[in-house]
Each structure stands twice: as C-alpha cells, then as structure tokens.
Design a protein around this ligand. Structure first.
Ligand SMILES: C[S@@+](CC[C@H](N)C(=O)[O-])C[C@H]1O[C@@H](n2cnc3c(N)ncnc32)[C@H](O)[C@@H]1O
Length: 321
C-alpha cells in the first residue's frame, strides 16, 4: 500500500501539518505506540496508516540507501567493518536503520543484532535481508526499539552507533540514556564505537529558510525518474545545541516535477568537552578518538568526532541510569 501524498495534495495527518516535528525526543515511536497499542478495534490498516504517518523516517526510508550511496565523503563502512573484525563479534548496532552497516557486517560472517525505532527503516532492512543467503539471514536479527531504553539479556563484544544517531538525542537525559544503553550491553572488555559530526559554527545560522540542493540520483527501480533532495534549515536552538530542518524530496520524470515529499529533521550537535562529560557520567573511557572514520587525528580541521570507548572499572562508575 502506498501512502505517499501526490504533488499538490496535503494531508491533515502530515507530520508537518500537525507540527509533529521531533520536538522533545519521542520521535514517531512513542506516538505510534500511543495510537496503536491496546486498541481493541484498531484495524490493521488504520494501525499501518498511523504507524506510517507517525514514523518520522517513513519518507526518508524509501530514499535512504540510494541517497547515501551518492555521498562520496561518507566513508564510515570500512571503519565499522574493521571494528567488527577486530572484536570478532557479536555486534549490537543501535539505530541500525536500513542495515547499511549491519548487512555488510553479517556478510563478513559475524553475528549482529540491530535495533531501530523506525518501522519504515527496519522494513527496508528486512526486504534486503530476505534477498541475502541463508547464512547472512541467520547471523542478523533486528528489533523495533528505542535506543534510550532498549535492553536485552545479551552482551556484545562491540556496540556501534554509526552515522550520527546520537545526534537524534536532544536532551542531556536522553544522551545519557543512549550511552547507558550502549554501556549496558557491553561484554567484559567490549568496545563501543560511534561518530557524530563536529559542528561548523561558522555556517550554523547561515541560510535559514533557504533550500539547498544536497543530493540527486536516478531511481534504481525506475530509471526514468530522478530524485533531488533539498535541505531547508528552519531554526537553530543555540542553547540546547540543535537545529531543525526539512528534507524536501522532489521526483522528476523527464525534468517534470511529479512528486514532492518532505521529512522533518532535527539534529543536536556536540562539542568535545560535552561528549567527555557524558562519557564521565556514563562510566565510559576513551580507548581511541579520531577526526574521521578514516582515522585522521582529532584536531581543528576535523569535521567529525569518532570514538572507541570501553566501560571504566566499576569503582569509578557513577549512577546515571
Ligand atoms: C542517519 S540514520 C543511521 C542509520 C544507520 N546506523 C546507518 O549508519 O545507516 C539514523 C537512524 O536513527 C534512528 N533513530 C532515531 N532516533 C532513534 C531512537 N530514539 N531509537 C532508535 N533509533 C532511533 C532512525 O530511525 C534512523 O534509522
């Protein structure tokens, strides 16, 4: 069933029309639970409709893999693959999305579990997994869950949070909760690896309200169409260190616009001392730190901050859970 809104139409259920931007931290998942759980007469279709409309990734999920395949400076895969090989697994990926990183790790013969709060992103992952050979399908498992509260019995040699999901944590409490989730699942001597971007303060407030063409590509399943993704930055909250924006996806056939979809984006940004304070509060020690996934030094030229961490000895741990 395709719930997309044709060009020109608007929907009262649109996350944008209803201001269901990811304010606070609930994302679509809490709303989805509110709408669907425990409702005796909730028909399957209404549930699926609600789930789609309240999943903030419902639009982006469709385009995610194609969009980021065009991003030449996204070179994180080798870093996370190497981390997985180095520890030997099992691996837990928090906020695994469409499996961009999860699948290549399973293809290496390593056990990996993935958790994500977006049903649409997990749906893409499941479709890809179904096309994999049996050994890969047996090595990968996924669950719908929130990275702030997810708990399983299993412990892992490696926990990874690739490509900035920690930037979807908008309060200090949520940032601590996410790191506590990661720390909780580490086996003795296990490692946590994640990356965030280093904020470009000089351009943070520039271009508010303007659209910037970021990415464009030809659709794989319909080469007669191409998609252009624009970013429209809407506001910056300097106190809480985050910005809100819209992704605008425009689909063209023969240069004629045939569809326009939007997806809200809200990202927090971190500074180095902020992260060091979060690590102290969650009992995590830095093992390695880099300015890129290609292991450039972390310095004034860095555009990213990449960390490998481990749990500090029990006698130095504070209680923040
Ligand atoms: C930029 S994608 C990264 C996906 C994947 N790790 C990758 O490298 O391609 C961010 C992901 O974070 C997920 N996410 C955002 N907030 C979350 C939360 N509170 N709990 C779990 N997943 C969350 C989104 O659903 C999305 O799949």
């Amino acid at each position: 069933m395709d719930w997309s809104i044709p060009l020109g139409a608007s929907s009262p259920y649109s996350p944008v029309a209803n201001n269901l931007t990811p304010a606070g931290n609930s994302g679509g998942y809490d709303l989805f639970l509110d709408l669907c759980s425990g409702s005796a007469n909730c028909s399957q279709d209404i549930c699926r409709y609600n789930r789609f409309m309240t999943d903030l990734y419902s639009v982006s999920a469709k385009y995610y893999d194609e969009a980021y395949a065009t991003l030449e400076d996204l070179r994180d895969l080798q870093f996370y693959l190497e981390m997985a090989r180095r520890t030997g697994g099992p691996v837990l990926e928090l906020a695994c999305g469409t499996g961009r990183v999860l699948l290549p790790i399973a293809q290496q013969g390593l056990r990996i579990d993935g958790v994500d709060s977006s049903p649409a992103m997990l749906d893409q992952l499941q479709q890809k997994l179904a096309r994999e050979p049996q050994y890969v399908r047996e090595l990968a498992a996924t669950s719908l869950g929130d990275l702030r509260s997810y708990r399983s019995e299993r412990k892992y040699a490696l926990v990874i949070i690739p490509f900035r999901p920690l930037q979807h944590m908008y309060t200090v409490q949520d940032q601590l909760a996410a790191l506590n989730t990661a720390a909780f699942h580490l086996a003795s001597g296990g490692l946590l690896a994640f990356d965030v971007f280093y904020p470009r303060f000089e351009s943070l407030l520039a271009g508010l309200g303007e659209e910037t063409l970021e990415l464009q590509w030809t659709r794989k399943n319909d080469p007669t169409t191409s998609v252009r993704r624009y970013l429209r930055k809407e506001s910056v909250d300097k106190i809480n260190q985050n910005f809100s924006a819209q992704f605008v996806y425009r689909t063209y056939r023969d240069d004629k616009l045939i569809k326009e979809e939007t997806a809200p984006l809200k990202m927090s940004y971190y500074t180095y001392p902020h992260l060091r304070a979060l690590f102290l509060l969650t009992g995590l020690d830095i093992v390695e730190e880099y300015g890129s996934c290609e292991k450039a030094p972390l310095d004034n030229d860095s555009r990213e901050m990449v960390f490998v961490l481990q749990r500090c000895p029990a006698n130095r741990r504070r209680k923040t859970e």
